[in-house]
Design a protein around this ligand. Sequence first.
Ligand code: ADP
Ligand code: 5GP
Length: 292
Amino acid sequence: MSLPPPPLTAEARSAAGARGVAARQLRASVRAGLRDGTVRLADVLVDARRDDDRGRALARMRVVDLLASFPRIGPVRAAALMERVGIAANRRLGGLGHHQADALLEAFGEPPPSGRLVVLTGPSGVGKGTVVTHLRRMRPDLWVSVSATTRAPRSGEVDGVDYLFWPLERFAATVREGGFLEWAEFAGHRYGTPREPVAERLRSGQPVLLEIELQGARQVRAAMPEAVTVFLAPPSWADLESRLRGRGTEDDAAIGRRLARAREELSAAGEFDAVVVNDDVVRAAAELVDLL
Ligand code: ADP
Ligand code: 5GP
C-alpha cells in the first residue's frame, strides 16, 4: 500500500493554486486566439513541447478542446477530425506525436512548423568548435547535429557526443542508403550529417546548427536553399596557422593537408549568406546568435 503524499504547507498550496490559475488563463487565451485568428495552431503545437511553464500548461490541454476552439468546429466535428487523423479522443497536446501534429496542421491548411537551419563552415582551426561551444551556452535551445566520421577520436573526444566514430563500411552503407543529408571527404577522412535527426528537430520547430566543411555546406545550400549559411573566417592567415598548430591535435603532414585545403576554403567565403570574423570568440558567438 502506498503512503499518502505529505500534506502541503499553506504557502506551497497557494503557490500551486496560483500556477494552476495562470495555466488555466493561458489555455483560455490560446483558445480565444485560435477562435479570432490571432494565434496559429502551429505555434501552439510547438510551444506545447517547451520545457517551461507555458509549455507545461499547454501540454495539459486536451486536443479536442483545442480543435473545438476554432470557429465552426464544435466538439463533434473536432472528435470526427481526430478520429480521421488517428488521435485518441482523450489525448492531450503533450502526448501528440510529430506525425499526428503534422496531420492536424495539414487538416487546418497550415504548413508544418520548421526550425531554422544554420550551417557554419570555415577552414579547419579557425575556431568553429570553440565558437559553437559558446553559442550553445547562449542559446540552450539550439540543437547541434552530431556528425559521423571515419577519423579516429582525438584524446578527450567522446563517441556519440563529439562525433559518431564509425568504421568505413558503416559510413559507406549509410551513403548508399541515402542516410546522410550531406557528406564529404576531408583531409583523408569522411564526414557526414545523419539526415533523420536533423529533419526531426526542424519538424518540431527547433533551431539546428551544422558545423561542417565547405563541400558539405554547398550540398546543404543546394538541397535546402532556406538554410542560413555562415562562413567563419580567421583575422589573418598567420592566426589560422598558429591556431591549427597550437591546437596540437594533428601531426605536420595532417596540418599541411588542412592548410592546403584552407586556402581553397577561404576563397569561397563570398558564397555564404554571412561572414563572421573569429577575432574574439564571445563576439563571434554573439553575431551568430543574431543570425539565429
Ligand atoms: P575548428 O573547430 O574550426 O577546427 P577549434 O575550435 O578547434 O577550430 O579551434 C582551433 C584552435 O584555435 C583551438 O586551440 C582554440 O582554442 C583556438 N581558438 C579558437 N577561437 C579563437 C580565438 N578567437 N582567438 C584565439 N584562439 C582561438
Ligand atoms: P575535424 O577532423 O577537425 O573534427 O573536422 C574536420 C572538418 O570536417 C571540419 O572543417 C569540420 O567542420 C568538418 N566536418 C565535421 N563534421 C562534418 C560533416 O558532417 N560533414 C562535413 N561535410 N564536414 C564535417
